[in-house]
Write a protein that binds this ligand. Sequence first.
Ligand SMILES: O=C(O)CCC(=O)C(=O)O
Length: 261
Amino acid sequence: MKLTSVQLLQFHTDGFIVLRNFLDEKRCDAILEVAKVHLKDKIEPIETEIGYGSSSKEHRTSVSDYDSHEKGEVVVRRLRQVYDRDPLFKAWMQEPKIRPILQQILDDQVVLTTAHHNSIMTKMPNVSTVTRWHQDRRYWRFSDNNLVSVWLALDNENHDNGVLEFIPKSHTMDFTEAQFDLKEYFLEGYEGNQETIATKVSASLHKGDVVIFHSLLLHRANKNSTNKAKISFVYTVKGAKTKTVAGTRSAEFPEILLEVL
Ligand SMILES: O=C(O)CCC(=O)C(=O)O
């Protein structure tokens, strides 16, 4: 499957594209069943709700030990390093149907970066918090910005359970340091940011929908106010010409070069 030239232009202009009904329900459900077991058993490496909110920029940039190290009752925010957890996860990350699209977007051979995202992302009922505006690329260390994330909705995602929101075109905007806090979240209270935030769009998704978004695109997510977990799959790819910076977390995990299709 390939994007039309209009869709490709739309991706490059807005920084994201939604592919409706991309993966069939049966495969989504099969992935979801495995994910639920790993979530129930809290199989490491995981990131907890507390860890997600509190890790410093330095930790996220350079520490490659992904275990949560938290004791007691924890709320899982994401399962990490999912590529090696189950053949179903691996198959989705290597799915041939999406490869030509990723090749078009990256204009390069596709490489899986297992260092980043490579996650089952959750928003647990009631206890989860808002994910504030950010660019994923802020903690990633590469030679350039040619990286995109592939988000798969394993069930419906809407305003009530943690919908993803994007600021179209923000991947091409120039920002100053003052527009972000110390963890590089885009400040909602900063006057100069409000006009930009006002252009946001919500990406309500159905099971099987995929969003591909640029690593510099500002995005956020609502908290989950329902009594059912929101569970999504997200992984990141880069172009083969894009290189990791040695000595950073980005360089500490294997890269998987995917065959050109
Ligand atoms: O919390 C979410 O659902 C979105 C997470 C996210 O955007 C991220 O971790 O980069």
